[in-house]
Design a protein around this ligand. Structure first.
Ligand code: GLN
Length: 287
């Protein structure tokens, strides 16, 4: 028998010795996740006794982190825009920067709901469903479709929708970008793969080895998916609709050019928490 504080101290020194800079907070989050406690409870309930089965689970989690598996993949879920989302090996781990896309497009979803009583949202390459599910959570009159190339990712997105009570307003389509999508949508959103193939090898191991390569690799210049999305978006976008995409920090001008070439105008550009270009919103150009 040992105490929680002793287990946390031991985990912290193992993580620090493994070269992980955030050893203290990660030890608390991982151990809290295994025991079903918040990171704060882990701190204040240090004299709780820890039995052998719990110790074994904690050791396994710390071992995985030492192999650079991200904390939230080990726990199997993470928070995004106030929701807890289940992750799977086929889904990109949602990033806080992507919440900027949700918050940027949200006023337009609300505006469409206010004028028409409903809004249809299409999320291309939905992964966990993070973007579309956050919008559906905020707008009870909206409905959404998530597409993905991976059926396993769509399964995870549907599970997340069900866990959040949004399954009745959410559908999935297995599709390579817009290929299998029919119908009209007021809002089209996507956080597509946008990393240049040549720089993937230089990413940190947490991303390179644990996020699905298919969700990261945007082709030789990182822009392949924007070309595919821009080529099809005009056809599915309803009049007065809006397209919102996440982009890499150096892709603002090239993505704008791709969308302008097929009849869109840049409506708004937003920067991320690191003051880098991160989100672009496009509207159809007036004929
Ligand atoms: N923002 C992610 C990263 O830099 C990339 C996600 C993407 O390609 N859409 O790790």
């Amino acid at each position: 028998m040992t105490t929680l504080s002793a287990v946390v101290a031991d985990a912290r020194s193992r993580l620090a010795a493994g070269g992980l800079p955030d050893a203290t907070i990660e030890a608390r989050i991982l151990i809290g996740g295994v025991l079903g406690l918040t990171a704060t409870d882990v701190f204040v309930r240090g004299d709780r006794e820890i039995g052998a089965p719990e110790l074994e689970k904690i050791a396994e989690a710390i071992g995985r982190r030492l192999k650079r598996e991200p904390v939230h993949r080990i726990l199997g879920e993470r928070e995004f825009h106030g929701m807890v989302l289940k992750l799977s090996p086929e889904t990109l781990e949602p990033r806080p920067d992507t919440e900027i896309l949700v918050d940027a497009i949200l006023p337009y979803v609300r505006q469409i709901v206010a004028s028409r009583g409903e809004a249809r949202i299409l999320d291309l390459g939905t992964g966990t469903g993070a973007i579309v599910l956050a919008l559906l959570k905020e707008c009870p009159q909206a409905t959404g479709v998530g597409t993905d190339l991976s059926e396993a990712a769509l399964q995870t997105a549907r599970e997340n929708a069900a866990r959040l009570g949004l399954a009745g307003r959410f559908e999935t389509i297995r599709s390579n970008w817009l290929e299998e999508v029919t119908g009209r949508f007021d809002i089209v959103v996507s956080n597509p793969p946008y990393i240049r193939t040549g720089v993937i090898a230089a990413l940190e191991p947490e991303v390179r080895e644990f996020d699905p390569l298919r969700a990261l690799d945007g082709g030789p210049d990182g822009l392949d998916c924007y070309r595919a999305i821009a080529a099809g978006a005009g056809e599915v976008l309803a009049p007065g609709g809006m397209v919102g995409v996440e982009i890499g920090y150096d892709q603002r001008d090239s993505v704008r050019t791709i969308f302008q070439a097929v009849g869109f105008v840049l409506h708004q550009a937003l920067r991320d928490f690191g003051d880098k270009d991160r989100v672009l919103l496009f509207a159809k150009a007036e004929p």
